[in-house]
Design a binder for this molecule. Structure first.
Ligand code: ZN
Length: 232
């Protein structure tokens, strides 16, 4: 067991070095820029959907406009030579409402053009922002790699020590359990009982568990699954 605990100590040092890389300012910056790129992508998708909507409305407006123009031709070509007064006033009404509809549709089209210009502008802004973020994340990645290279020989040294210790392990089954739990992200695996608490998750353990531990010397925590040992 002594050798396994020795290995656990070395693994703890490896984890601390990896955490150093993960928590270095460049890594935190990298996470920030990754978020910017992710947000940017969804914003682009939003703008694209808005643009498609505008194109749809624009086409509908143009169709309506053309149809109204066609109507105005019909009104214009009516034979006005021998029509009565009622018909003339109808003609005037038709013409007036056409003018109203045409100018409204014209305003509608102008509004759509203005909106699409706005989208083009926003897309360009976003594109610049994303290019900038991408450029930064490239430089940051290099910094993280530098940090990784810095800790790599230390980690290699610790891993070498572990390899040297492994053949000395008497309880191979306990080491297999250690590796299995470590792979699942549970670390440290072997912890001590601290008063009535699990040395790993700090949960208070029931009295009967502690009684059982006194005879078995080693038991998995009911809460976190770590192996609790008696006596330091
Ligand atoms: Zn626990």
């Amino acid at each position: 067991m002594k050798t396994i605990l020795e290995i656990q100590k070395l693994d703890r040092q490896i984890k601390a070095l990896l955490r150093e890389v993960d928590k270095c300012p460049a890594s935190l910056d990298f996470k920030k820029y990754k978020q910017i790129l992710k947000d940017g992508k969804s914003r682009f998708e939003q703008l694209e959907a808005q643009a498609n909507e505008i194109i749809k409305n624009y086409n509908a407006s143009v169709n309506k406009y053309n149809k109204l123009k066609g109507n105005s031709e019909i009104v214009r070509k009516r034979n006005t030579k021998d029509i009565d007064l009622d018909s003339v006033s109808n003609l005037i009404n038709d013409a007036n409402s056409l003018v109203g509809e045409l100018s409204e549709e014209n305003r509608h089209v102008e509004d759509l053009v203005r909106k699409s210009e706005e989208i083009v502008r926003k897309s360009a802004e976003l594109s610049n922002k994303l290019t900038e973020a991408k450029r930064h994340s490239g430089a940051i990645k290099a910094k993280i790699e530098e940090k990784r290279q810095e800790v790599a020989p230390k980690i290699a040294e610790l891993e070498k020590k572990i390899k040297e210790l492994e053949p000395q392990i008497v309880e191979q089954d306990k080491y297999a359990k250690y590796k299995e739990m470590k792979a699942k992200g549970i670390f440290p695996v072997y912890v001590y009982l601290e008063d009535e608490f699990c040395g790993g998750c700090k949960v208070e353990l029931p009295l009967n568990f502690i009684e059982k531990l006194k005879t078995k010397k080693m038991l998995p925590c009911e809460h976190c699954g770590r192996i609790i040992m008696l006596n330091k």
